[in-house]
Ligand binder design. Structure first.
Ligand code: CUA
Length: 343
């Protein structure tokens, strides 16, 4: 409610049209954390301005057409009969309202679209940081090639500077969309698309797969966390470290469960799993406990959710590729303890 109140207040303070739309969106259940009309970076800002121009011009056309319609109805009912001549000739009216005016409006929109499109292709300054995003059914593999960091579903970036993002997929076509930061771009198998994102202030920006990719497309979310530069440096340094070594017998047993019960076939824990394990099937879990969400931004990363996710993934995400497990309760608890220790 606080978030909704904040959106409403911000929106009402700006433009009357914005207020109307925002209220409609709020009523429709949209949260401010995933709205292209609440831009958080330069590319999204320009796209939003283009959208407002389109909406404004469309609204003017809509009102004028309705006014003309009303005028025609009133006039027809008052002056019915053969002597009822319109005030201007049909040809002039069609020439102006049917050709000249639409031509001018479409030209304005076309020019602005091309200008905005060209301007957001290139980052304002050359990006110093690269993030590789690899689409999987139904989660996002995140790599920082300059730092040997692999993580999932949560991209950290320093705020205030552009970050280069490369996009590809290992299975089907997905689409990377963080509405507050920029428009969509597809992740295609066998091809790499390149884009950039920039957040103007620190915060968490939710993203969503925007290309139907299967049963769990709707729950293929991600978070972009924009940190102050020093915090980002700390985060990336920490993510590059191998996993925490299990210290107590219970944690060591949890680790043993991870290795022997099949988890390690799909997931990598850096410094723990057998050499040569790539973790390409499921998310890298080296610092799982430091992430905010589980199952690609579907649920909060809490102990209860993690336990349920391991035991019965379909309870959280029907159609998820991870199989259910029939671990006995103590093994499951110690596995969860171990995973929770991976800060
Ligand atoms: Cu991935 Cu839709």
């Amino acid at each position: 409610m606080i978030a909704i109140g904040k959106v409403a207040t911000t929106a009402l303070g700006r433009r009357p049209l914005l207020s109307l739309i925002s209220v409609a969106l709020i009523v429709g259940g949209c949260s401010h954390s995933q709205s292209a009309l609440d831009p958080g970076g330069p590319a999204a800002e320009q796209t939003a301005q283009l959208w407002w121009l389109m909406l404004g011009l469309s609204a003017i056309v809509f009102v004028v057409v309705l006014a003309l319609l009303g005028y025609a109805i009133v006039r027809a009912s008052r002056h019915a009969g053969p002597g009822n001549r319109p005030p201007i000739s049909d040809t002039l009216f069609l020439g102006v309202a049917g050709v000249a005016v639409p031509l001018v409006i479409l030209l304005i929109l076309m020019v602005d679209t091309v200008v905005v499109g060209r301007s957001i292709i290139v980052a304002p300054t050359p990006p110093q940081q690269t993030v590789e995003v690899i689409g999987h059914m139904f989660w996002w593999e995140i790599r920082y090639p300059d730092h040997q960091v692999v993580t999932a579903n949560e991209i950290h970036i320093p705020y205030g500077v552009p970050v280069r993002v490369t996009l590809t997929s290992v299975d089907v076509i997905h689409s990377f969309w963080v509405p507050q930061l920029r428009g969509k771009l597809d992740l295609n198998p066998g091809k790499t698309n390149v884009t950039w994102i920039q957040a103007d202030s620190p915060g968490v920006y939710r993203g969503q797969c925007a290309e139907f990719c299967g049963i769990q497309h709707a729950l293929m979310g991600l978070l972009v966390v924009a940190d102050p530069p020093d915090q980002f440096a700390t985060w990336i340094a920490h993510e590059g470290q191998p996993a925490a070594v299990p210290t107590s017998p219970a944690l060591q047993h949890g680790h043993q469960v991870f290795v022997t019960e099949g988890c390690a076939f799909c997931h990598t824990i850096q410094g723990v799993t057998a050499a040569g394990s790539t973790g390409a099937v499921g998310p890298d879990l080296t610092h799982l406990a430091s992430r905010r969400t589980l199952a690609a931004a579907t649920v909060e990363n809490t102990r209860e959710n993690l336990r349920l996710w391991i035991r019965q993934p379909s309870a959280i995400k029907p159609g998820a590729k991870m199989p259910p497990s029939d671990l006995d309760p103590q093994d499951l608890d110690e596995l969860v303890d171990y995973l929770e220790s991976l800060k």
